[in-house]
Each structure stands twice: as C-alpha cells, then as structure tokens.
Design a protein around this ligand. Structure first.
Ligand SMILES: N[C@@H](CCC[C@H](N)C(=O)O)C(=O)O
Length: 278
C-alpha cells in the first residue's frame, strides 16, 4: 500500500489515496499500527482520501487509537492539497465530504502547489447545555465540570466533532497532560471529547494546546482551534477573528457574522512510502 505523510501545523497523519488503490481492509487496525512512532510510519492517525458521489473527494479520519472521528480541520487542508497537487481535481474551490457534511475548501497556490488552505468549517454547535450548569444564558456558555478534585469552567462546542474548552492563565503540561486525559474520558462525554486549553494573549490572539480524543497531545487541532475561537467570542474574551498559536504553527480563525467559521492555515507533504503490512 502506498502512502503519503502530510502535516498541517505539525498535526501529522498518514494519508492513503483510495482513488489510486483500494481501501484498506481494516482502517481502525491499520491506523493503530501505522501511527506508532517507533514501530510504524508514525503519526497522529490515518486519513483515507476516497472517491465521493457528492463532492470532489471524501475524507475518512482515524485517530491513532483506531477510533474514527467525524472531522479533522488540519486533515481537510491536507486532503485539499493532495487532491489539487495530485490532479484529482484541479479546482481552486474544492468540495470535500466529511463526517460533518460536505465542506467548501479554497486553496492558495504558489508555483503550482497548494501552500495555504481556507476552509468553510460550517456553523458551530453549542453543546454546553448537555452538562448540568448553574450559570444563566440560553444556551449556557460555561458549565462547571468536576475533574480531578477541581471544578473547571468549560465551554463545549462541536465542529462536527466534540470539543471541551478551558481558558487558563498559563497553558502548561499540568493542564494538557494532567487534566486533558481526565477530560477526554469524563462521564459527561459518553463519546469522549477533545480537550483544549487556551491562554488569551489579546482580543485577537491566543495560545492553544490540545489533548486530542484518541491521539493524546498533538501539535495542532484545526477543529479545536475553531471551537476555541467560538468559545472566546461567547465568553467575551476575543474578537470574531483571532490568530491561534499552536505548538506546530499558527492558524487564523474567523467566526463570520453569517454564523460560519473560517479556518486558514498551512498544508505540507513530507514524504511518500510503501507500507508492506497491507
Ligand atoms: N486534529 C484534528 C482532529 C482529529 C479528530 C479528533 N481527535 C477527534 O477524535 O474528534 C483536527 O485538526 O481537527
């Protein structure tokens, strides 16, 4: 099986072109073994680029533990780059089918190759109402979440996949590695959740680290950055357009007055290879 290693702001996946070859038999198992950074190719998971009846391509995304997620923001930018650069569809606005619907993706091309990608991520779904809350508001912006003997004030936003956002004074390992794994499996989230920790720098800038459902800490999470930008606005902390600094790079997010969230960021191809296991 041929594969391509790609990343978006350091969030790295193994991509398989299912236009050129058949689908792997068991994607969850393949995701587990191929993502292993010591015994596999290494990555945050596996992404299949498949034909679609409704769009230019369909993305299927599997975390490093084999679980399938509805959406991947950094992944969809890389899928768009692959589809354009490899001439599956040479269009500057691509339609990509995901578990969160068909999304419209604009590519920014330099010297014939996609460098940056702007994605219409659709409208966020505000989920805090699912957690018992004592705070007023409809829907509630913040909800208390008991984790490891302390109460976090969290804002929950879905971008097709679920995110639980906590604003902190300083983003550090204690939050990401100490609290993140406990938030991921908290009983309030029967399908588990991605846990974002956000430090506000200014109304137009924030720092984010994430503990991802099914993959642990990653260098960036596109859907998480979008959800956090929405949470920043809802909590009166940020403007509708914000620059998000992540360990692997920067993403620009804009929650437009129309209600849709736009994400702009890089996409890069790193190397290609042949996986003998399939
Ligand atoms: N890193 C991704 C999100 C990947 C899926 C996530 N771990 C989940 O299970 O929902 C992104 O860039 O959005």
């Amino acid at each position: 099986m041929r594969f391509t290693k790609m990343h978006g702001a350091g969030n790295d996946y193994v991509y398989v072109d299912c236009f050129a070859q058949s689908m792997p038999d068991n994607p969850p198992e393949l995701a587990r073994v191929i993502s292993d950074r010591h015994k596999g190719v290494g990555g945050d998971g596996l992404i299949l680029i498949c034909p679609s009846e409704r769009a230019d391509a369909r993305m299927r995304m599997f975390n490093a533990d084999g679980s399938e997620a509805e959406m991947c923001g950094n992944g969809i930018r890389c899928v768009a780059k692959y589809v354009y650069d490899h001439e599956i569809a040479r269009k500057e606005t691509l339609e990509i089918e995901t578990g969160a619907g068909v999304l419209s993706v604009g590519v920014i091309v330099e010297n014939g190759l996609v460098e940056q990608v702007r994605v219409n991520m659709g409208e966020p779904i505000l989920e805090s109402a699912r957690i018992p809350t004592t705070l007023p508001g409809d829907p509630p912006v913040k909800a208390p979440l008991e984790v490891g003997g302390r109460t976090l004030d969290v804002t929950c936003v879905s971008m097709g996949n679920p995110h639980c956002i906590t604003f902190v004074d300083e983003v550090n390992d204690e939050w990401v590695h100490g609290i993140g794994p406990q938030v991921e499996v908290h009983p309030a989230f029967p399908n588990r959740v991605n846990a974002e920790f956000i430090q506000i720098v200014s109304p137009s800038e924030m720092i984010m680290r994430v503990w991802e459902r099914g993959s642990g800490e990653t260098q960036a999470c596109g859907t998480g950055a979008c959800a956090s930008a929405v949470a920043g606005v809802l909590n009166g902390l940020t403007e509708r357009k914000v620059l998000c600094h992540l360990p692997g790079g920067d993403l620009t997010l804009e929650w437009a007055e129309s209600g849709e969230v736009y994400m702009t960021g890089p996409a890069a191809e790193v190397f290609t290879g042949e996986w003998p296991g399939v």
